[in-house]
Design a protein around this ligand. Structure first.
Ligand code: ADP
Ligand code: ZN
Length: 431
């Protein structure tokens, strides 16, 4: 099987445009009628549903940002009565930044189909054993790939994350052929497999890795160590989850499922739409979703689009790797972290807000250290007292962020300040 939905994945550009335009007009009417929050934004901009007849009219629509999602939290952007909705997923993060997304059964079906396309593009089919080591639960990674694999008819192994020894045991016993997880976990699994000397019992042929940025170098290492082909997959909870775009055999960017998600690149400062090939902020308009159809949603992810012909035969536009973010969100071990969350914990625990986040990637795994200046009063603490404080702070940070950081408490005023302003994040990861 080369494609999962060939008619859409390989449609001519004109056909695709027609489909997008028709679906867009319908989506705008749906949102205008059922989402007062967005209707107000449209009214303020002086645009009516009748003004949106084709994808060329997209720039007339107002943007939605994460801030709108926060203001409308939790149900303000829901476009259907709650009785029609069957699922909620959410991004990692605290109440301040948490985003919830809603799905009808049809929304889940189309999300699953997008993930099925990704699995097929990675060479998967009904005979495969798809080993899903993304987390399950509120996080979209596990449910998304799980759903795609089911829909495709592959044998689905819902491993979820953690317990590496069991992962490897199941991989061997059940003959997993496609691995889905974050690239850093894939690298870690590969190392553990090599350390255990069991690589000859592993029959993986491909991996579908996403939810965080990774480099070409990391891809090569994973491919070599696991003896597989490694494919990138991109998505975000607000738009559905993984499978918004996926890599094909060419491995030179990810095809966007444009029949569902219409992509634009804008200048993050002016909001102007940029021509193809120019780097900017990725914006998505959902044209087929029922429960949570965001229009012109600003992802804050920076990338480039390309419509160059692809050797795989798909005509869907390709996006490059994510080249950065327009905000200060960090993705550490696949979890979204904002420096402000760390600041909140420090203030709550009685520390001055002088801290530094130090990130690195050691053997493809993120290391995450938070250096915190102690207050003057703490300066006289014993070494043991400081160690206890570090443990305490580590637990509070873990509770806030959902991941562990190494905490180092340092002397007052020892964190370097440039021009009086501290550098909050030192990111030494090469991606
Ligand atoms: P998830 O981590 O499940 O994809 P979230 O909604 O928690 O979903 O996070 C979405 C963000 O994760 C995206 O906006 C993007 O910054 C980042 N992301 C997702 N996939 C990738 C990828 N393949 N490469 C780089 N960044 C990615
Ligand atoms: Zn392709």
């Amino acid at each position: 099987m080369r494609y999962y939905q060939q008619d859409m994945e390989c449609a001519s550009r004109e056909t695709l445009r027609e489909i997008q335009s028709e679906r867009l007009a319908r989506a705008v009417r749906h949102v205008y009628t059922n989402v007062p929050y967005y209707r107000d934004l449209m009214d303020k901009k002086g645009v009516a549903p009748a003004d949106i007849r084709s994808v060329d009219d997209l720039p007339k629509l107002p943007f939605l940002t994460k801030d709108d999602l926060r203001k409308a939290y939790p149900y303000g952007l829901l476009a259907l009565p709650r009785s029609e909705v069957v699922r909620i997923q959410s991004t990692s993060g605290t109440t301040g930044t948490r985003v919830v997304a809603f799905y009808t059964q049809k929304d889940i079906d189309l999300w699953d189909a997008c993930c099925a396309r990704a699995i097929v593009a990675a060479g998967g089919g009904r005979d495969d054993v798809v080993h899903v080591s993304y987390g399950y639960g509120l996080f979209t990674g596990g449910p998304g790939l799980n759903g795609g694999s089911h829909m495709l008819g592959s044998l689905t192994l819902p491993m979820s994350s953690g317990n590496t020894d069991r992962q490897i045991q199941f991989m061997r016993d059940l003959g997993s052929t496609i691995l889905c997880c974050t690239p850093s976990y894939a690298a870690y699994l590969a190392e553990t497999i090599l350390a255990q000397g069991v690589q000859d019992y592993i029959v993986l042929k491909a991996g579908i890795f996403g939810a965080e940025a990774w480099s070409e170098e990391m891809r090569r290492d994973i491919e070599k160590n696991l003896r597989i082909k490694a494919y990138d997959i991109y998505g975000l909870t607000e738009i559905s989850g993984p499978g918004v775009s996926f890599e094909c055999s060419e491995q030179t960017g990810m095809h966007i499922n444009e029949d569902h998600f219409v992509a634009e690149i804008i200048d993050p400062d002016t909001g102007e739409v940029l021509p193809e090939g120019v780097k900017g902020e990725l914006v998505f308009t959902c044209v087929t979703k029922e429960a949570f159809p965001l229009l012109r949603y600003r992802t804050r992810d920076i990338c480039v689009l390309s419509r160059k012909e692809c050797s795989c035969g798909r005509t869907l536009v390709k996006m490059s790797r994510i080249m950065g973010r327009t905000d200060d969100m960090l993705i550490i071990r696949g979890v979204n972290v904002f420096p402000s969350q760390i600041e909140t914990v420090l203030l709550q625990c009685g520390y001055p807000a002088n801290y530094q986040i130090i990130l690195d990637r050691v053997r493809h795994a993120d290391t995450f250290e938070v250096q915190v200046e102690m207050s003057q009063e703490m300066f006289s603490d014993t070494v043991r007292g400081i160690a206890a404080r570090e443990r305490e702070l580590m637990a509070s940070l873990r509770a806030m962020l959902g991941i562990s950081a190494k905490v180092t408490i340092v002397a007052p005023r020892s964190i370097a300040r440039s021009e009086g302003k501290a550098v909050r994040v030192i990111d030494n990861r090469k991606v």
